[in-house]
Design a protein around this ligand. Structure first.
Ligand code: MG
Ligand code: ZN
Length: 218
């Protein structure tokens, strides 16, 4: 089956570049966090609120992955932090070589934390290591509480799950305890944070966790 062999070789190539990225980031003392979610879960909003909340505590850089546009990178750039846009040309995930080129364009020596916004997609980003030290899945309340059941690979890959838009809980049929049980079922080691970028509820726990990563990179 030559097709299978090609795929495996490609994945190995990705993993080896991801290992290079990880080494480079470690040498420069930068902790990288890969943020994955479906479109509209609030990845960019969470990045913007995180930059604001960590102001003066950590020097942040951002990689924005998108299929085509750069509107998210433009929003991040207004905060003044260094940001690099990676357009995948329609591709549905970031891979390690894309991140590698973006790292060359970032001032790594002046950064402590790299936030990588992956392409909005709950399927294949889980399969591509980028050189990150932590994988985060953002699941938002309007998407429903069954996501860990429908996209288990994504939740298995997660070190942390953020339930975003919790300000909408009173208006929607999102069962938070049921969601937490589903996460626990597929990935008992995943930590769960609950956030709202509109009300700031829960943001400090998330931000404290990010800030704490710098003390224990890897
Ligand atoms: Mg975005
Ligand atoms: Zn993909």
């Amino acid at each position: 089956m030559p097709e299978v062999k090609v795929v495996q070789q490609f994945m190995q190539a990705n993993d080896s570049v991801a290992a290079d990225n990880r080494r480079l980031l470690a040498e420069r003392g930068v902790v990288a966090v890969n943020l994955m979610a479906s479109p509209g879960a609030g990845k960019t909003s969470l990045i913007l609120r995180t930059i604001e909340a960590l102001d003066g505590r950590a020097r942040i850089g951002v990689i924005e992955g998108d299929t085509a546009s750069q509107i998210d990178a433009d929003r991040v750039a207004t905060t003044g932090v260094p940001v690099v846009q990676v357009n995948t040309g329609g591709g549905c995930h970031l891979d390690a070589p894309m991140v590698r080129s973006a790292l060359d364009a970032l001032p790594l020596d002046d950064m402590d934390l790299l936030l990588i916004e992956n392409v909005g997609n709950l399927v294949c980003p889980a399969g591509f290591r980028l050189g990150e030290s932590q994988n985060v899945v953002i699941a938002s309340v309007p998407e429903g509480d069954d996501k860990p059941y429908k996209y288990p690979a994504m939740f298995i890959a997660a070190d942390v799950v953020v339930v975003n838009k919790i300000d909408l809980l009173p208006y929607l049929d999102f069962d938070l305890p049921a969601f937490r049980r589903l996460v626990q079922g597929v990935n008992p080691r995943a930590r769960v944070f609950e956030t709202s970028c509109r009300t700031d509820e829960g943001l400090s726990d998330w931000v404290d966790w990010l800030d704490g990563l710098r003390a224990r990179p890897g």
